[in-house]
Design a protein around this ligand. Structure first.
Ligand code: ZN
Length: 900
């Protein structure tokens, strides 16, 4: 799945108000363990499905060809099928109906007592998609039927061996009223369309590739579509079709181009070609994740398909491309080669995130793309690694697998792939990928199989490297150096540590690849190298250096670690200006800003007056004068680290001081550099130019809007500037509209309300833009924000059943508005608790995702700790919470003591 960490985290699947079931709901909250894995007792060779879509219910007929698994060594085989929220109509084995004594349904499992080694099984079930608010299995979104089967959605349609190592050949027939549901889609190639006199249509699809059931998909609805084609490197023509809800065809051009770009890139960079005659994408409004890679029929959240200049920002345009690439790349890394079990989730997700990151780096800006990867990792994964929910990239036990669609499995998983590429080198890594594809095509495999392919192709021993998959926690590199002026010898001492994480008190040293370089005092590069840190302590010697060099460490962020090196501000400024590694120029600037702010926070604590060092401002001034050739990077370098990132560097997070200090620093920058910002703004603000999406234009807009951000901190004198941009861009350019509105959003002035109202009136019929409107108000720094958010919960455009709306309003406030969420009275926590309990009854996956900010309670002062702990307890003690929320909450509460 392509999940969107920028919006939110993780997913689940217990039924919530879905359907009265014959078997009583009985949540088993015991974890399952990786080490308990056993091959399935039975395999399913083919599955022939028939879905009859009606308004009141959907009838599902499933005909399975089942056989005993020759690899299963257990003496007493059991045929136990998964099924949830199903009404069973009938079962027949080899065409003979089973009576009630021949099977049992208990705890979401169907146990058939006595079966031969090879047989057919025909199962009829009834489901109610229109009542499925959990959005897992078959459900309705805006009147259209669609499915989401990963991880355990398929079992909510029919009884099946719902595990990824059972791979079957699927044939699917869909029967529905043609007038209401003219479009009927499933995986693979279209076989036939029949129409009957009662107005029903019968459409049959067959997927020639074996696949696990989590890759199954079905769509039935009245949708618009656009079509194009792609010629593969071997000369085959593939039909490309994008389906959208009525009226959205004019927002699909960018997505279609992105599909073609991704297909070409995967051929050129990894030699992978598409394998079916048709590739379809369907965009739906109600979707738990970003998108899903079902074989030949990807289903997307509309957020990652619909984009045109009037309605989407630069960032939206980039996200559409990267999510489309992600799902397309899964066809090889995920579908052709899939996971043996869900503990191996990172096998497909870490690898595919790495592939989509590489695609974005190649097609936009290599440096800015990397900066974005690292920001995502630091914002989402580092806190996870430091808290009670920390788990290895390959978890060893889970209660609800949907809780493991995490930043660790996805983003840290991608870093672990990237490190293998760094250690092996580009060529050997490509050979390893080729070997992996050759060796395992058509199989369900493990992370170990992947690493083994890398080892076999390169001859490099990755034994120690494998610890990245089994040990949780973010390693810290403490680096010291010394220089001997007499001999010219320079020495780096590197010490690695990794703190305790749940269940892992002691860590073995990791194999950490550290790209580095040395600069002389004028900023000239003296050398560069790749250091392999394998022991707890390592020493590296460099000879014949004319003077003490400045080290540039962890270039391009070559490992997901924290580096501690006592840089002076002068050294950071030198790196900002001269490092040949552009990522590290940005990193030095971030480090410098962080140092300045941490010092200021200390001053707040000591009741000293705040002082912004002049050298820091002149370092930025220098950037403005010298970096204009790379406008996008310059814009990134001008931005201060986020409040969340600053919090990472504090033992006890002081949200108020962080917020205050960051505001003071930003305002001081704005005051002192105002003339530059004004000039740059005027130079790059061309209101007559039509919106074009390319790196150059994105860079210009990002720089201009960064200048606007600073200028608008000067309030009174610059409000007209932001207002003017907002008014001019409102109907034509969403990037400029949102940039202006975001700055007005933090100002307590009548212009703010006016602009928000105008924006809503202009765009109230576009749900994705209304999401932006909700998100913006939820992220306002103004003190009455929580009150506003509560009010917006009752707004006619808000719908708690729609995940995008929940992320936009509740998620933006609780997850990203640190300052307003953590008010000392605990109002924000109580608000989140109420939302989580309400959501849990509707959609447990989303509820479990929303509750996560509370898991970090130990990071705050005693007062806030108590308040957060209290609401966690209240959630834990509520009746009938889903196992999704149960797992997150109980893990968060685990160690009961409050740390003073
Ligand atoms: Zn994915």
């Amino acid at each position: 799945m392509g999940h969107d960490l920028r919006a939110a985290l993780s997913i689940s699947g217990i039924n919530a108000g879905v359907f009265p079931r014959k078997s009583m709901k009985n949540i088993t909250q015991e974890p399952i363990y990786l080490h308990d894995y056993q091959v399935p007792d039975y395999l399913i060779d083919t599955i022939d499905l028939t879905f009859e879509l009606n308004e009141e219910y959907t009838r599902v007929k499933s005909l399975l060809n089942v056989m005993a698994n020759p690899l299963a060594t257990r003496q007493d085989r059991h045929l136990i099928l998964h099924g949830e929220a199903l009404e069973l109509i009938s079962i027949a084995l080899n065409n003979k109906p089973l009576n009630a004594e021949q099977y049992e349904i208990k705890n979401d499992k169907l146990h058939i007592f006595s079966v031969p080694d090879e047989f057919t099984l025909e199962i009829h079930t009834l489901i109610k998609p229109q009542e499925n608010t959990a959005l897992s299995g078959l459900y309705k979104s805006c009147g259209n039927f669609c499915t989401q089967c990963e991880a355990h959605g398929f079992r909510r349609m029919t009884y099946f061996l719902d595990r990824p190592d059972v791979m079957a050949r699927f044939t699917t027939t869909i029967i529905a009223d043609e007038a209401k549901y003219p479009v009927l889609l499933s995986n693979g190639n279209l076989i036939s369309i029949e129409k009957s006199e009662d107005g029903k249509q019968r459409v049959k699809w067959a997927d020639p590739f074996k696949k696990p059931c989590y890759l199954f998909a079905l769509v039935g609805g009245d949708l618009d579509s656009v079509e194009d084609y792609f010629i593969t490197q071997s000369g085959r023509q593939v039909t490309l079709r994008i389906y959208v809800e009525k009226g959205n065809r004019d927002k699909t051009a960018h997505a279609m181009e992105a599909v073609k770009k991704a297909m070409r890139w995967d051929e050129e960079v990894f030699g992978r070609e598409y394998d079916l005659d048709i590739y379809m994408i369907v965009a739906v409004s109600d979707f738990n994740m970003g998108a899903m890679e079902n074989k030949g029929l990807n289903i997307f959240n509309t957020q990652y398909i619909l984009a045109n200049p009037e309605t989407a920002t630069d960032v939206d345009f980039i996200h559409v491309e990267s999510v489309i690439a992600h799902e397309y790349f899964h066809n090889w890394t995920g579908n052709r080669i899939t996971c043996r079990d869900w503990f191996q989730l990172s096998l497909k997700e870490g690898l595919t995130i790495f592939r989509d990151q590489s695609f974005t780096a190649d097609t936009t800006s290599k440096t800015v793309a990397r900066i974005q990867d690292v920001k995502d990792l630091r914002q989402s994964q580092f806190p996870e690694d430091a808290g009670p929910l920390a788990h290895p990239v390959r978890p060893e036990s889970v209660i609800e697998i949907n809780n493991f669609y995490t930043a660790t499995v996805y983003n840290k998983g991608a870093e672990v792939i990237r490190m293998q590429q760094t250690i092996l080198g580009q060529d050997a890594f490509r050979k390893g990928m080729d070997l992996y594809f050759d060796r395992h095509d058509g199989q369900a495999v493990t992370i170990e199989d992947f690493v083994k392919a890398m080892e076999d192709a390169s001859g490099i021993d990755l034994t120690q490297f494998r610890l990245w998959y089994s040990q949780a926690g973010t390693p810290v590199l403490k680096i010291k150096d010394e220089y001997d002026a007499k001999t010219g010898n320079y020495t780096l001492h590197i010490e690695q540590t990794c703190t305790e994480t749940p269940g892992q008190p002691h860590k073995k040293p990791f194999h950490i690849p550290v790209k580095m370089g040395l600069l002389d005092q004028q900023g000239k590069e003296l050398l560069h190298d790749l250091l392999h840190i394998k022991n707890a302590k390592e020493v590296f010697h460099f000879k014949n250096l004319p003077s003490k060099p400045v080290p540039s460490l962890l270039r391009h962020f070559s490992a997901p670690v924290k580096v501690q090196y006592p840089y002076t501000n002068a050294e950071l400024q030198l790196l900002m200006q001269h490092d040949t590694d552009l990522f590290n120029r940005w990193e030095a600037g971030q480090q410098y800003a962080l140092n300045v702010m941490l010092k200021m926070i200390q001053d707040v604590h000591d009741n000293k007056p705040l002082h912004v060092p002049g050298e820091y401002i002149s370092a930025l001034n220098h950037l403005l004068l010298t970096m204009q050739h790379d406008k996008w990077l310059l814009a990134e370098m001008l931005m201060l680290p986020t409040e969340k990132y600053i919090a990472e560097y504090m033992t006890v997070v002081d949200v108020d001081a962080i917020h205050h200090v960051r505001e003071v620093l930003a305002t001081e920058i704005a005051k002192q550099l105002k003339p530059h910002f004004l000039t740059l703004y005027e130079e790059h603000h061309d209101v007559t130019a039509p919106y074009v999406f390319n790196i150059h234009e994105v860079g210009k807009r990002q720089l201009k809007n960064t200048c606007l951000f600073y200028l608008m901190l000067l309030n009174d004198e610059t409000i007209p500037l932001g207002l003017k941009q907002f008014e001019l861009a409102l109907k034509t350019n969403m990037t400029d509209t949102m940039a202006a509105l975001a700055t007005l959003n933090n100002i307590d002035a009548p212009e703010r309300d006016m602009a928000l109202n105008v924006f809503y009136e202009q765009w109230k019929n576009d749900p994705l833009i209304v999401d932006k409107w909700f998100a913006l108000q939820a992220s306002s720094k103004l003190p009455n924000t929580l009150k506003q958010v509560k009010k917006l919960l009752h707004h006619s455009a808000f719908d708690i059943k729609n995940p995008n709306k929940v992320y936009a309003l509740i998620g933006s406030f609780c997850n990203r508005n640190l300052h307003c969420f953590h008010t000392p009275d605990g109002e924000g926590y109580a608000f989140l608790k109420d939302c989580v309990l309400q959501l849990d009854k509707i959609n447990p996956q989303i509820a479990a995702r929303m509750v996560k900010p509370l898991s970090e309670w130990r990071r705050y002062d005693v007062g806030r700790q108590h308040l957060m702990h209290e609401v966690l307890e209240q959630i834990a003690q509520s009746k009938n919470i889903s196992k999704d929320v149960f797992e997150i909450v109980t893990k968060s509460l685990k160690k009961q003591e409050i740390i003073a």
